[in-house]
Write a protein that binds this ligand. Structure first.
Ligand SMILES: Cc1cc2nc3c(=O)[nH]c(=O)nc-3n(C[C@H](O)[C@H](O)[C@H](O)COP(=O)(O)OP(=O)(O)OC[C@H]3O[C@@H](n4cnc5c(N)ncnc54)[C@H](O)[C@@H]3O)c2cc1C
Length: 283
């Protein structure tokens, strides 16, 4: 992706690891309805902050002046335009509630670098503070958790598939929901855990939230078992039993999502309560 047409920076960008949004930003309550304005309209957003989450993933905070609000699980399309007019657009899940910044509403996305990718390396390495990006959204009306829901929730993430699931965990906290949540998060190594500090904190402080990790390549010291790909025992032990009628959200690479969805349905979870979001064509 060539560098998009830039305008002078409007604000400065700060880089921190795993911290939450800037101190000048006040968290606004989670929107409980989607926009009456059309989400299919492209509008110009601007990068105002960048946070390093892992060696290969960063959170980008975008100021989007006419943002209509969103529900946890929804995503945006980002479109970049090179000086020669070439355009590339990709979808990114919204990572948390909208926040009020000094220049207007802000949303966050977390981008994982895809080796040989066109857009994700650009967003991580090149896209600069104050630069514009076209934003369309919020998009997606199926893979959403409504904060008024009271059913137990199980979240199963593979890699960057944790992003929309984190939006649900953050929304649960923001509205004071008592719904019981369980997250099963599959990652290659401990260094690949996105939102590691916040997940550690929330696992300790957010009553009713349980978090279990599955490591596929390298496990931390003291972790029970050998690194492995997610399997029946992981889902059975760390998820909810079907008779509790949980709502399930599975997100990650296509092969991961299909494996987990099959396991869940095989365990007796009705497929209509297993919602899936596929991020890419490969595992
Ligand atoms: C609804 C939705 C939400 C998404 N949310 C996020 C998000 O929150 N964070 C995030 O990082 N990504 C997310 N994605 C994936 C994102 O849209 C892009 O596909 C990803 O950033 C790769 O784009 P690229 O231009 O870098 O790679 P491309 O140039 O499009 O692809 C390069 C190569 O990588 C393969 N590839 C493409 N995408 C992936 C992938 N996700 N995993 C593995 N291989 C891939 C392609 O087949 C190709 O071989 C989401 C996708 C969807 C559909």
């Amino acid at each position: 992706m060539s560098r998009g047409s830039g305008r002078p920076p409007a604000t400065t960008t700060t880089v921190t690891r795993g911290a939450n949004s800037g101190t000048r930003v006040t968290e606004r309550a989670v929107a409980t309805s989607t926009s009456r304005r059309t989400p299919n309209r492209w509008q110009v957003g601007r990068l105002v902050e960048r946070r390093v989450e892992t060696p290969t993933a960063q959170t980008l905070v975008l100021e989007v002046p006419d943002w209509p609000g969103h529900l946890p699980g929804q995503h945006v399309d980002l479109r970049l335009t090179a000086p020669d007019g070439y355009q590339a657009a990709r979808s990114y899940s919204i990572a948390g509630p909208v926040v009020d910044g000094p220049g207007g509403p802000r949303i966050e996305v977390t981008v994982q670098r895809v080796h040989d990718g066109e857009v994700s390396p650009y967003l991580i390495d090149v896209f600069g503070a104050g630069e514009p990006v076209e934003v369309r959204g919020p998009l997606g009306g199926w893979f959403i958790w409504r904060p008024e829901e009271t059913a137990p929730v199980q979240l199963v993430a593979g890699g960057s598939g944790v992003v929309p699931l984190m939006a649900m965990i953050r929304a649960r906290r923001a509205v004071g929901s008592k719904a019981l949540f369980r997250l099963i998060y599959s990652v290659r190594t401990p260094a690949d855990v996105i939102y590691a500090d916040e997940l550690r904190r929330r696992g300790r402080d957010d009553f009713g939230l349980d978090i279990a990790y599955v490591y596929t390549r390298e496990a931390p010291e003291g972790w029970r078992g050998e690194p492995h790909r997610i399997g029946l025992a992981d889902v059975n032990t760390n998820g909810w039993p079907p008779d509790l009628e949980p709502l399930t959200y599975v997100c990650g690479p296509t092969a991961f999502v299909e494996t987990v969805a099959d396991l869940l349905v095989g365990l007796g979870h009705p497929s209509r309560r297993v919602k899936t979001e596929r991020f890419g064509p490969t595992g």
